[in-house]
Design a binder for this molecule. Structure first.
Ligand SMILES: [Zn+2]
Ligand SMILES: [Zn+2]
Length: 104
């Protein structure tokens, strides 16, 4: 019986598969590997919510080191928050646009 982590390590290798979604090693592969410190089986790139991350199928999991995972999740959450803010702002612009109001 193999665990999810073992299956992911077998498929993707024993090193962190982060491609700098964490922003910590721009353009270079992460150097951490499973021998120094156990990696996590995590969705990559990470989704913005725990629920979405938990729903990712095993095929989409990659071995990631904890620092990369935490930083990459944070980046995904920041992007999602920024996107929500933009959508809200756009909605408010429509709301207060006199032309849109005049047009009904
Ligand atoms: Zn890493
Ligand atoms: Zn990384």
């Amino acid at each position: 019986m193999t665990t999810v982590l073992e299956a992911v390590l077998e498929t993707h290798g024993m090193r962190c598969a982060c491609e700098s979604a964490c922003g910590h090693h721009e353009g270079k592969p992460c150097k951490r590997n499973h021998y120094e410190r156990p990696l996590l089986a995590a969705p990559y790139p990470p989704r913005a919510t725990d629920a979405a991350n938990a729903a990712v199928p095993v095929e989409d999991l990659r071995p990631l080191c904890a620092p990369c995972w935490r930083a990459a999740v944070k980046a995904a959450q920041d992007r999602a928050a920024e996107e929500r803010r933009r959508v809200l702002e756009a909605a408010q612009l429509d709301l207060f646009d006199p032309a849109a109001v005049a047009a009904g």
